[in-house]
Ligand binder design. Structure first.
Ligand code: ADP
Ligand code: MG
Length: 697
């Protein structure tokens, strides 16, 4: 089977050298790739809309014949127009503005087409712009007899060598005819039975040539399951391999740990903090390297957990490292950590770019010779330049900015220190299973007692006066405020100007209160000074671009005002809101937004007003943005999903993970004869040693 699927498509009947080249350029190299060139849509009687029945605004598939066509050379928008008609007698106008010359050459009058797109009504005429199309000539009769026909993704390149859906159907049909009998089902009987899956070969055939909608949906389910299954197998094997890595074995927590919790901390730990620390302590006593992710909403108190974990390491004679994503956060954490650790007589060092050479060398020596107990810095600086005396606990803050790939590098640090990863972006369970599927996870879903929920208000420009009035009242009570402006990279200059103008206006408006400005283009010492002034309460209003997005902690700040809130992503808004509500006082998030906003923006803003629950927010964010974008699954180093969808197919994902992990429990090395196909397939397509992902020998 592996050899068969690896065969180059050029050896398939009907594929010459020229076609093979185009297929290769489309990413289809082998039989395997061709089988997984899944249809983008299906057509059958039940899914086709008669032209007489079109409705404005609907997205539909239609079947029609070309009646008239021509280029319309209007001065403003030259275009190609084509009128089609079907048996119902209705007509539809199709319009192309882009590449219209080339498109115009593709169609002949009298030709039969399948068209798909959104219908718009102008006067009494229905029209579709840039519809998706397929030529149907020879399939026409077949479709009329009720078959379901697969339509494949196309491209200009494919079109040029005469490659269309029909060609794909023929090629794949030929592949089954010639080699169908040599194919095997990857899954053993017990698995298909337990998880109620149809045969893999049947599924592959049915996805391309479905006999019925029922068969098609069973086929989709099976193939989605398989796709998730192999990714989960990869994560499970990686986890298994990591769990065999030796790590320092710690004793029970000692005196630094207890003195910190009992004498230094001015508050009691929350239940979630206690549970997470218990997880960490257990992990560190097994003699194996810990790989734990703490997933906690903003303000759930992750820093304290990290400090206690590092003290646990120090009690055992090791050092701790705390890595932050930006310099400004590293500096802030350094100040916090120092305040916690100094009373215990422990030494903390900060390492960031731009430090004087002499100072830097001194710090590096302190770390290398063990005089420094804890090092705080940015990820890059710590990973690339530091040699530790004896690192035992490495904390990575705001880990969600790092993909699986970068994480693999982190695990390479020195003598296998315990790894504690922290993220303030709660993610839906389904996504966590994939993106963090190789880690142990502790969830902190509890905020410290006495916190009042943040009130979120959505206001338009018209009510700015009112908003300012409210802000003034808060300032009068001695509170502080953030005012945040969006920063879109493409027009950084323009955005900065926005923030600068806002800063000047606020200064004039709120005299004699002090207003300060902080943005990404400032030197890091300038940012640090501005943050310090705000922290000490010398600044009343801090105007900022999103550099304060994560981690910043000033409990006296009770107002988060966000300008152009419609331009921010949902998770980003939630992160920003998490900057307030950190003390006992009532806090507010004021979203200033234009009236003119897209439906998506509307949904984001409404969600912010409706809930303060990070997990709910992230579910919705995932839905709005789609998984790829949400977490950059691509940059995460995991294979792309071809047919499954993390958002839509959560149930299948959960079952596939169960199956993969069950398999690994019963046969960790996949040695059994009945698992040989899984093993071969995994090693061929999924094992990536270079990324730290396992391979089964
Ligand atoms: P995050 O999880 O967002 O990183 P932080 O660690 O910055 O949260 O903590 C937020 C704030 O809550 C800080 O001011 C911290 O001192 C405070 N805090 C942490 N744990 C507790 C607790 N158990 N009780 C009261 N306040 C706490
Ligand atoms: Mg934090």
């Amino acid at each position: 089977m592996p050899q068969l699927l690896d065969t180059d498509v050029q050896f398939l009947k009907g594929v010459g050298e020229r076609r093979a080249q185009v297929l290769h350029e489309t990413g289809i190299h082998s039989f395997f790739d061709l089988l997984r060139y899944y249809p983008r849509r299906y057509l059958d009687r039940s899914t086709v809309t008669p032209l007489r029945a079109l409705k404005d605004g609907e997205t539909v598939s239609v079947l029609a014949t070309v009646r008239a066509k021509g280029i319309v050379s209007g001065k403003r928008s030259p275009r190609f127009e084509m009128r089609v008609q079907d048996e119902s007698g209705g007509t539809l106008k199709c319009v192309w503005f882009r590449s219209y010359r080339w498109i115009s050459s593709l169609f002949k009058t009298g030709e039969r087409l399948a068209l798909h797109g959104k219908v718009q009504k102008y006067g009494s005429q229905f029209s579709m712009s840039h519809p998706d199309f397929d030529k149907l000539d020879s399939d026409g009769p077949a479709l009329d007899t009720g078959r379901i026909i697969a339509l494949y993704p196309g491209s200009a390149k494919l079109e040029k060598v005469g490659f269309n859906s029909r060609t794909f159907r023929r090629l794949i049909y030929g592949l089954f005819k010639e080699h169908g009998l040599e194919m095997v089902d990857l899954f053993p009987e017990w698995l298909s039975e337990q998880f109620q899956l149809i045969d893999g070969r049947v599924a592959l055939r049915a996805i391309h040539f479905p006999k019925s909608q029922v068969e098609l949906s069973r086929a989709k389910e099976r193939l989605k399951f398989e796709e998730f299954f192999f990714i989960q197998l990869m994560l499970g094997l990686t986890k298994q391999t990591r769990q065999e890595v030796a790590g320092p074995r710690f004793d029970d927590p000692g005196s630094y740990y207890h003195r910190f919790l009992n004498d230094v901390l001015p508050f009691e730990l929350t239940g979630a903090q206690q549970r997470t620390l218990q997880d960490i302590i257990q992990d560190t006593q097994r003699g194996l390297q810990m790989n734990r992710l703490v997933q906690g909403d903003v303000g759930s108190g992750k820093t304290v957990v990290a400090v206690a974990a590092m003290l646990h390491a120090i009690d055992n004679g090791f050092q701790g490292a705390f890595m932050a994503p930006t310099e400004i956060l590293a500096e802030q954490h350094f100040a916090n950590l120092q305040a916690y650790l100094e009373p215990l007589g422990l030494e903390t060092r900060l390492l960031i770019g731009g430090q004087r050479k002499a100072l830097r060398e001194e710090i590096l020596a302190d770390i290398a010779e063990g005089r420094a107990h804890v090092v705080v810095g940015t990820h890059a600086v710590i990973q690339e330049t530091v040699t530790f005396h004896n690192l035992g606990m490495a904390v990575v803050d705001e880990q969600h900015r790092f993909g699986v790939m970068q994480r693999a590098k982190l695990f390479d640090m020195g003598n296998n220190p315990h790894m504690l990863l922290m993220t303030a972006t709660p993610i839906p369970r389904s996504l966590a299973m994939t993106v963090y599927g190789d880690l142990d996870v502790s969830i902190m879903n509890e905020r410290p007692a006495g916190r009042k929920p943040i009130q979120t208000l959505l206001r338009s420009e018209k009510r700015r006066g009112e908003v300012y009035q409210f802000l003034r009242e808060q300032l009068r009570e001695g509170r502080q405020a953030y005012v945040v402006y969006p920063l879109v990279e493409e027009s950084e200059k323009l955005d900065l100007k926005d923030a600068e103008n806002g800063y000047e206006q606020l200064q004039a408006e709120f005299r004699p209160y002090t207003v300060d400005l902080i943005h990404g283009r400032m030197f890091s010492y300038e940012k640090e000074e501005a943050m310090d002034r705000f922290k000490r309460g010398e600044t009343d209003i801090l105007v900022a671009t999103t550099v304060i997005e994560v981690g910043v902690d000033v409990p006296n700040a009770t107002i988060m005002m966000i300008e152009h809130a419609e331009r921010f992503g949902l998770s980003q808004l939630h992160q920003l809101r998490g900057r307030v509500g950190r003390g006992g006082a009532q806090s507010y998030c004021l979203l200033m937004a234009d009236y003119k906003r897209s439906p998506e923006a509307e949904e984001r803003l409404n969600a912010m007003v409706a809930t303060d629950d990070g997990f709910k927010i992230s579910e919705l964010d995932l839905k709005l943005r789609g998984a790829g974008d949400f977490f950059g699954t691509r940059q995460s180093g995991l294979p792309d999903l071809l047919i499954a969808d993390i958002t839509q197919d959560q149930d299948i994902l959960i079952r596939a993970r169960e199956a993969a992990f069950q398999l690994l429990r019963s046969d960790p090395q996949l040695r059994a004869e009945e698992h040989q196909h899984i093993r071969a397939h995994f090693n061929r397509y999924y094992a990536r040693e270079s990324l730290g992902f396992a391979r089964v020998g």
